[in-house]
Write a protein that binds this ligand. Structure first.
Ligand code: DC
Length: 664
């Protein structure tokens, strides 16, 4: 997962390959709640692991459910409808799929079994309406207080044991703000339908019906068959009890699939994008996104549990579509609209305004940054792309879907910056990794920053810090030479045997695991830092055949979203076209002192004068060798960090990088 402040996507070209989707958020949280309320144990397979499911899991655990993980399976021991814990404060983040149904279930349980529960979330959660659900629950006789603003969380739910609810009359609930109110009631009311049936009547036109269908489908799997008259009246039969089906498999998230369907429509030019985990048999309403994608020109085929998408009509076709049936996935259409000629109109999307953010306002603002003409109203958005997009830094409003759908704009030939990329953790923590896996971008388009300099100049520390700040890959090219040296020392190959050294280099089993160098399956991170290995590396690296043999290995680190490479010749030989080249120096005295401190911290004793003489000798050799001598690239930024902290050097490099970026 990218936890950086921003993630820059270079202009992207084609895409192909297979993505395995994480589990559906809607199914995961409903299944967790149902399993939590059921008698007995439910084995949940392929559960989504994300922020929204984490808060639901934490809440269930606080309420006394036992959760056991076993590989990819979660075993939930339910409460059997009986409260074990009667007093709890639950923090539910920004998860509407946790807040609404838990509010309903705990209000009913507190009212009948006694309890005092406080439900809160992040500030945005406290701006998302819940009044219609509270009103419906109050009709039954539940005691619910708003402890912040009326109509919004946080909530306090109270009751005394033995309390009775009035379930004889049908409960009325509004259906035109969020279908989650109805879903919450449907999921929770079986708790109090032992003796008599309970009816729910929906006021207003029910929106997002497919989500209610998921609710009904999952309730049926847990033994509760709701009778439905149109979309107006729902009846929970008397004697309903939650019965665990024993095992539930969570299908992949159909809303998450939309980004990859769109990716295929935009960029699967030579080979298809294959999506696994969700297919045409899905119970999720957002699967109908594929109809919209087809209408825009995508070629989509599919079967049970999988989809395959290719680019069809190009440019895509503008459409006008009532999106009430696919509210979440429809955001992806608004970005696909950048790839059409003409105006795409998405209507009947008023619910966007009460989601993670006001999504109509958010989409309009960010599409405009890219140069699109956007018309927005209370319940629609119309998007017309410009002839040429403008690179833009996309604000993501802590809304995972804004971040994910705007990543596709990078296929319109411009770099795109996604601010706060970690917001995708709500439903798809590894979204960007999954995207990069499928993207086929010419290597020259992948940004590179090089940091060269003499030994002990601090370039490794600086380069890895810069890589971390940008979310880029990191290459410590010194490790490549050190690993060759170490391998040679271990088998007794001499520093003068160029041919044998080159053979070692050509088949070096070097790879990195979490930043640590490994030779084969052995972690050699510490072994590589030894002084004798460094000295041998300096000699080994003077041989042209060795350098040539290690070239390809170094080039292979250039992968999306970008690379920061440090060494001696990164900017001059290996990546001469790098987007930013830094040449880092420090006085020999400073460098000797730094190395001395480094060695002491590792418990190795040393002498500053000897260290200084050593590193000057090594500089001399690195500078005067015939191939790839140590010298600054002509266009390098020269940075003497003798007097600078790592943070100060990093700030200078990041500032220089920012100046080369096209984002205002
Ligand atoms: O940066 P370092 O101390 O880990 O590098 C070890 C040796 O490898 C150094 O003496 C020179 C050599 N080297 C090189 O020739 N070219 C590079 N790009 C990186 C290191």
């Amino acid at each position: 997962m990218y936890t950086t402040r921003f993630l820059d996507l270079p202009p992207l070209a084609a895409a192909a390959g297979t993505v395995r989707l994480p589990g559906s958020k809607s199914i995961s949280n409903r299944v967790l709640l149902l399993a939590g309320l059921s008698e007995g144990i439910t084995e949940v397979h392929a559960l989504l692991d994300s922020d929204d499911t984490q808060v639901m899991l934490a809440a269930l655990q606080q309420l006394g459910c036992v959760l056991e993980r076993d590989g990819g399976v979660l075993r939930v021991t339910g409460l059997g409808g009986r409260l074990g814990v009667h007093d709890a404060q639950l923090f539910l983040g920004n998860a509407g799929t946790a807040m609404r149904p838990l509010a309903a279930a705990l209000a009913l349980l507190a009212a009948t079994q006694g309890g005092d529960f406080r439900l809160s979330g992040v500030p945005r959660m406290h701006e998302r309406p819940i009044g219609d659900l509270v009103d419906a629950l109050r009709q039954l006789g539940c005691t619910i207080d708003y402890t912040g603003n009326d109509g919004y969380p946080p909530l306090r739910l109270r009751g005394t044991a033995g309390g009775r609810l009035s379930t004889a009359k049908a409960i009325r609930v509004r259906g035109d703000v969020s279908s989650q109110f109805l879903t919450a009631l449907l999921l929770a009311l079986p708790l109090v339908a032992k003796d008599s049936h309970i009816a729910i009547e929906v006021d207003g036109e029910l929106i997002s019906k497919p989500y209610v269908e998921i609710t009904l489908n999952l309730l049926a799997r847990f033994g509760i068959v709701v009778q439905r008259e149109g979309w107006q009246r729902f009846t929970i039969p008397a004697g309903s009890t939650y019965r665990s089906p024993g095992r539930v498999h969570v299908e992949g998230d159909a809303s998450s699939a939309s980004y990859f369907v769109a990716l295929g429509a935009i960029a699967a030019v030579d080979a298809p994008v294959r999506i696994e985990g969700v297919g045409t048999d899905s119970i999720q309403g957002d699967i109908r996104f594929i109809e919209a994608a087809r209408a825009m020109g995508a070629e989509v085929s599919g079967g049970p549990g999988c989809l395959e998408v290719r680019r069809g009509t190009w440019p895509l076709r503008a459409i006008t579509l009532d999106c009430n049936h696919i509210p979440d996935a429809a955001m992806t259409l608004a970005v696909m609209a950048l790839f059409v000629q003409g105006t795409t109109r998405l209507t009947n999307i008023a619910s966007w305004r009460v989601k993670e953010t006001d999504r109509i306002a958010a989409m309009a603002a960010e599409l405009r940054k890219l140069g699109a003409t956007v018309d927005e109203g209370a319940d629609f958005i119309a998007v017309t792309p410009p002839a040429q997009l403008t690179p833009a830094a996309i604000h993501t409003y802590d809304d995972h879907r804004v971040a994910m759908c705007f990543s596709l704009a990078a296929f319109a030939g411009v770099p795109v910056r996604i601010l706060d990329p970690k917001c995708v953790a709500k439903t798809f923590p590894d979204y960007f990794e999954a995207l990069f896996d499928l993207v086929r971008t010419p290597v020259e388009a992948i940004p590179v920053i090089t940091v060269d300099g003499p030994t002990a100049s601090g370039k490794g520390t600086l380069a890895s810090a810069v890589a971390k700040a940008l979310g880029y890959h990191f290459l410590d090219s010194g490790a490549v030479y050190r690993a060759t040296a170490l391998s040679a020392m271990r088998i007794g190959v001499a520093a003068g045997d160029e041919a044998a050294l080159a053979r070692i280099a050509a088949t070096l089993p070097l790879h990195f695991v979490g930043g640590d160098a490994h030779l084969g399956d052995q972690n050699v991170a510490d072994a590589l830092r030894a002084e004798d290995v460094g000295a041998m590396a300096s000699k080994v690296s003077a041989w042209p055949a060795v350098r040539e043999a290690l070239r390809q290995l170094q080039l292979s680190f250039r992968r999306l979203p970008g690379l920061v490479a440090d060494g001696r010749d990164m900017g001059t030989v290996i990546f001469p076209g790098a987007d930013l080249k830094v040449f880092l120096t420090a006085s020999a005295a400073t460098r000797a002192e730094r190395r001395h401190k480094q060695l002491i911290s590792k418990g190795i004793s040393s002498n500053i004068a000897t260290l200084r003489a050593d590193l000057e000798a090594r500089d001399e050799r690195d500078r005067n060798r015939s191939v790839a001598p140590l010298k600054p690239a002509e266009d390098a930024l020269l940075l003497d960090n003798s007097e600078l902290t790592v943070e100060a050097s990093m700030a200078q490099v990041l500032q220089a990088w920012e100046q080369r970026r096209p984002f205002a």
